[in-house]
Structures are given as structure tokens and as C-alpha cells.
Ligand binder design. Sequence first.
Ligand code: GLY
Length: 390
Amino acid sequence: MKKTLIVCFSILTFSAFCQSKLDVKKEFDLAAKQYEGMLASHPDLTQFPQSTLPNGSPRNMKSDWWCSGFFGGSLWYIYQYNHDPKWKEAADKWTMAVEKEKFNTRTHDLGFMLYCPFGNGYRLTKKPEYKDIMLTGAKSLATRFDPKVGLIKSWESFAGGYKYPVIIDNMMNLEFLFWAAKESGNKDFYNLSVTHADNTMKNHYRPDFSSYHVLCYGPNGEVLAKKTHQGAADESAWARGQSWGLYGYTVMYRETKDKKYLDFARNIANFYLNNPNLPADKVPYWDFSKVGEERDASAAAICASALLELSTYGGKDAKKFYDSAVKMLESLSTPAYKAELGKNNYFILMHSTGHKPGNSEIDVPLVYADYYYLEGLLRYDALKNKKKLF
Ligand code: GLY
């Protein structure tokens, strides 16, 4: 039975590969040229590329902002593709620039900040220093899990006096904790991730498998309020939040092999892909309720990368997930979203939306859009060449 499924899936994916317009080599050559400009324009290792300011100049951030790990992570992805030692050197520099955040217990974003640069760096080089830094960081992250609540706390507070807000984005930190559980032998990292994911599944999702952005919890895990921060309305579906959840539950299945997570990830994917408000190029509006407004290329890039992994787990929708991911990557690779060489402050992609209700980062490049786009291209390339996903 399993063999039949694999054969069917191979035939289906083979026909899709034949039709795709994606040229991974061309995209990585362009990404490398663009990021040469980014490296040259960022000589200060405390100023991490993030986005573009309204006046068109680069927007940089310090290492304690949640996006600081993506640049180093993208440099590792370029090195993974082209094996040129100069990219390894650059990736190492921008990875080590985040090191001090391993002691940061004031953020839930250590998965993004540490696992994207150090995790990829460790996977590709096995440098022991990277592992030590990540294990310290994982302990810092785990301090934000209160067993009485059963979730990792995202922020210290939220408007309305709430003291235990949890955002859907937080699902993205669990991959880091699963890695830490395996490397350290400490099952606590595994168990708290499962508890967080189960409570998020129970409370954060609506019957149509769309997700709220922010849930505010009380001291015993009771849900006090269901809100948004970056979405259009409390009851709307903020596009990037849907992508974070999809990616998170796909990882949950990979790490636990519990079928309930696989079913859940498939249901989230179907909410996304069957949504009448998803445009034909499959790059969502920044919120699913805001048809005609700005797109969010970052949401599409995250979603594409997650869908490629989800497609490898078979099932009746595997081909749909694969084809949709390819369509997203194809769309992002057209001039409608991909910047000309030397433009866009050296970011690869244009047209992402960071925080529209906060009037911040609207229709701009975002460093994490580039990161998940490169990840998606690498995953596409691996599947096309019948290799295992990394
Ligand atoms: N994690 C914050 C965001 O997705 O904008």
C-alpha cells in the first residue's frame, strides 16, 4: 500500500516537475549577486538587514529583534546551494553576530533568531560551537513555558491588561525545541512543545481551520480573549499567521509522527488554498479579508516551503499541495515580486506586508520573505532531484 502511494506520488510529481518554469540555478545565482550587494552595504555586524523605510532607505535592526537570524540563515542557504566557501565565511560572521541572544529570556522568538542561522550552520558544518550556543538558547526559550498555562508565553503583555499573550507565530519555535530535545536528550523540550501545540490546536483555531493571531490566557490556561495584532480584525485571517500555523503543524507531524498533526496541517492548507480570496497567482493579500489591498509575499514564501514538505507525506491532496507550492514559488520568481539586480535595497523579493494596522512595513521587502523563498527553492530542488528534504 505504502509502495503504491509512493509510486503514484512520484508519477504525479514527475509530471508537475516537467511543467514548472522554475530555474533554481538562475534564482540562486541572482540571489547570490543581490546578497553580495547586501553584504557590501552592511559592514556593521550589529546592523542586521530587515526591510525598507518609507523614505526608501534600508531599515536595519539590532540582534535582539525577532528577525535578526534570517540574514545569516539565508547566507547558509546560498552556501548550501553553491558550496562556495566565501558564503560559508559570510554566513558564519552573521550567525555569530546573533550569539548573545542565547541568554535572552524576554522573547519567544529564539527559534527564528537562533535556529535559522545556527541550526542551518550546524546542519551544514557540524561546528560544535553552534550546538552549544543553541542548547543555551533552547534553555532560555523554555523558561517562557509555564506548566500551569501549558503554553510558551509570546509577549510580556497585550493591550487590555492581558499578561499571558500567545501568538500563532509561536508555533515556529517548536522545531528548535525538538532539535534541542534530540541533541541534549532532555525530553522536557519535546514534551513542552507537544503541550504548546495541543493547546494551540484546541484554542487558537476556528472551525474552518483559520487561526486567530493573539490568544490571551489566564494563570491556569483559561482563554480570556481572542484578538489580533497584525491582522485586519480579531475575527479575520491574517495571511502570515495562517502560514506560520501551517508550517508549525507540518513540523509537528515530522517530529512526532502523530497523525492528528498531519490531518490538522492538511486542513489548514485547504483553508488557505480553497479560499475564494486567494488570488490566482497564490500570493495572498496581507489578510484574507482584504481583497485588493497589499499582498504579503512573505506569507506565500512560508506557505510554499511548508506545502512542499506536507506534499511528501502523501494523501489525496499531495499533488495539489505540491503544485500550489510550485505556483507560489513561480509567482514570486516573476518580475511582479522579484526585484531587479541592484534594486530593492538588495533584498530578493518585493511586496511583503509586516504590520499594516501598525502602519509599519507595508508593501516592502522583508528579510524573512527572502529566507523562506530560498528555503522553498532548496526544497523544490531536493524533491525534483529525488533527494531527502533537509
Ligand atoms: N512574528 C511576527 C510576524 O510574523 O510579523
